[in-house]
Design a protein around this ligand. Structure first.
Ligand SMILES: Nc1ncnc2c1ncn2[C@@H]1O[C@H](COP(=O)(O)OP(=O)(O)OP(=O)(O)O)[C@@H](O)[C@H]1O
Length: 612
């Protein structure tokens, strides 16, 4: 390369990096202005949607983030008992994650607020032994078992009458509006595109940003023609299907799947901190500090357990596939080799990367999830020593020889950084016999002494501080020029069958991730304001009341107008045309002075709200 060309390449990279880093510093005020014209659609297909979303409590009120928020808003505004149930679950959750003094304070708070019959938030809906446990709860028996019992009883209570009432409330109507919005068609015009972050077998991975929320993602683009040429369609669909199913803090989650003219696109969590291989070999000394090794291994193990709980075997565990996010937490990525295990059966298929493949794969025996624990053993070894247990750093060796060593040799711990717990855990993961390997006998490897300094409960909730945080102004990947790919596939024609497959792949937004994005970027709060359009609201008397309540709760939580005022308020908002008519109405009505005053206050507020 001449100097001039090299300079230009360097300049290209600099520009690409600057644009990419700048995009991550989102100007929320600017975005909010651009979103002023956005409104929630009316659920035209209401009946279809109502059936599609089902009427089950868990998916509607617990799993879907927007569903959860709206159900919470419903509970908070409905009646004091529902409110108490909701607040109890919230405070119970806070207590379970708190530590030291904060935990003690949370405990005392729960005891006085919810367990004293004279308190207005007393859990009066509990019956039988649950009520007894609640009444007898004190500082001495305040333990997980008792709280679990009351928590479970509270959830059961919420699944009953409160849930049924929610389904016919305006809050659920609002949920259907969000579902309608979620079902929009996704195309490449939905995103801005930034620099390439990596290269895969069928195309590149680049950074993208959702135009109207500012959310950054990584987009894995699979070239349609290349896929067809190499027969990769089935695998791509399988990867998408598995990614769509997982929802874990420790696995890269899928947010959108769509197609452009030339590519199938998987839009996933953006991991800006680089992969662990890059950290082991390219930053300073080879290998990682032990604190980092333990932290990453705990997160990786939690991710693997999540996959195994769904009968999915990962099959490509290696540091290169573990990516760090901007905070320094890690996630498993590239589920291209993952498979769903047939129930109760084993599989026998050679898959994985040389150096990380378990003896049972190399011997072409049947296996289930054991292979991931072997590969994790190799990965911990590599994080500590900067080499693999059966292959040295940069050693030029045939894969047959790596296979021989894996099957015959014992793992040696010569590197100075191996302490006793690390040797022990690696040794247990690298047992050649599956029957005695760590993780393979329904045991949880996280109980090993290697993890003694990590609170797994807090780790699972993403609350343990990472030992290392990426610098916000550094791009932890190779220069863009290194990913340049000029190979084009011209000899492949796409036909109707291919189009059918592309359609099957392009399912748009993935519910949970999309809803998280809407909440995290503030769009939920902006658009969830009740729009003052009476036709949007169901017309039963009760719905009108509750809709007005929502309105007030949203804008002026401290103000609670009387039921009379609510109904008048509804009429004013939806029926009358202007301020004059309200005043005429109020002047002509035969109300006592207090009522009139209250109505006028309400009416004035409504007009203020109408103009918001
Ligand atoms: N979510 C992400 N955030 C940031 N970078 C990513 C992300 N996913 C992938 N990359 C980068 O893109 C590269 C290729 O991605 P990936 O490994 O998923 O593709 P692939 O086609 O499965 O590759 P391979 O053929 O190596 O298996 C990764 O090595 C990583 O550097």
């Amino acid at each position: 390369m001449t100097n001039v060309t090299a300079d230009l390449v360097g300049l290209d990279n600099l520009v690409a990096n600057t644009a990419y880093l700048k995009a991550q510093q989102i100007d929320r005020t600017e975005l909010r202005k651009q979103r002023l014209t956005l409104t929630l659609p009316r659920p035209k297909k209401t009946s279809a949607l109502r059936t599609a979303v089902g009427r089950k409590y868990e998916p509607l009120c617990e799993q879907q983030p927007i569903g959860r928020k709206l159900f919470q808003q419903f509970l908070l505004t409905s009646n004091p008992t529902y409110r108490a149930a909701y607040e109890f679950l919230e405070e119970l959750n806070a207590w379970s994650f708190a530590e030291d003094e904060t935990k003690e304070k949370a405990k005392q708070g729960i005891l006085t607020k919810f367990c004293q019959p004279e308190s207005k938030s007393f859990l009066s809906y509990l019956t039988g032994s649950d009520a007894e446990t609640c009444r007898c709860l004190s500082s001495t028996n305040f333990d997980e078992e008792n709280l679990e019992q009351i928590g479970e009883a509270t959830r059961e209570f919420l699944k009953g009458k409160p849930f049924l009432e929610y389904l016919s409330s305006p809050f659920f109507y609002r949920f259907l509006q969000w579902k309608e919005y979620e079902a929009q068609k996704i195309t490449d015009r939905y995103f801005y595109e930034f620099r390439t972050l990596g290269k895969g077998g069928f195309g590149e991975v680049c950074a993208v940003q959702v135009k109207h929320t500012g959310q950054m993602y990584a987009c894995k683009k699979l070239d349609k023609r290349k896929l067809k040429k190499k027969g990769g369609e089935r695998l791509a669909l399988l990867e998408k299907h598995i990614l769509e199913k997982v929802n874990s803090l420790f696995i890269v989650n899928l947010a959108y799947a769509y197609d452009s003219k030339t590519h199938l696109c998987l839009v996933m969590d953006l991991m800006t901190g680089g992969d662990l291989k890059f950290h082991i070999y390219h930053l300073g000394e080879r290998g990682l500090r032990m604190e980092r090794v333990v932290y990453y291994t705990a997160q990786i193990t939690t991710g693997i357990l999540h996959l195994h709980a769904m009968d999915i075997v990962y099959r490509d565990m290696k540091p290169e596939n573990v990516l760090l996010d901007g905070k320094g937490q890690c996630r498993l990525s590239d589920l291209g080799l993952a498979v769903e295990l047939p129930q109760g059966k084993m599989i026998c298929q050679k898959a994985g990367t040389s150096g990380y493949m378990a003896p049972e794969i190399l011997k072409q025996e049947h296996y289930r999830t054991s292979v991931d624990w072997w590969a994790l053993g190799c990965s911990i070894y590599e994080m500590v020593a900067g080499r693999l247990p059966f292959k040295d750093f940069r050693e030029k060796v045939q894969s047959d020889e790596v296979t021989r060593r894996t099957l015959e040799d014992e793992c040696k711990f010569t590197h100075k950084n191996f302490d006793a717990p690390t040797k022990d855990i690696v040794g247990r993961f690298l047992k050649k016999r599956v029957g005695i390997r760590l993780g393979c006998r329904n045991d949880d490897p996280r109980n090993h002494v290697f993890f003694k300094n990590i609170s797994l409960h807090r780790l699972e909730a993403g609350l343990v501080e990472p030992p290392w945080v990426p610098k916000p102004n550094v791009v932890y990947t190779k220069d863009t020029a290194e990913f340049r790919d000029s190979s084009e596939v011209k000899d492949i024609q796409l036909n109707a069958k291919d189009e059918k497959f592309f359609k099957e792949f392009s399912t748009g937004a993935v519910s949970i991730q999309w809803q998280k994005e809407i909440i995290d970027t503030g769009v939920f709060d902006e658009l969830n304001v009740p729009k003052l359009d009476g036709r949007d609201c169901e017309t039963s008397w009760k719905s009108r009341m509750s809709f007005s309540e929502t309105l007030f709760h949203t804008y002026i939580p401290s103000f609670s107008p009387s039921p009379d005022c609510m109904l008048i308020c509804w009429t004013i908002i939806f029926k009358s045309r202007d301020a004059k008519s309200v005043h005429v109405k109020s002047n002509h009505s035969r109300m006592d002075e207090n009522k009139k005053k209250s109505m006028l206050t309400t009416a004035s507020l409504c007009f203020v709200l109408r103009s918001v």
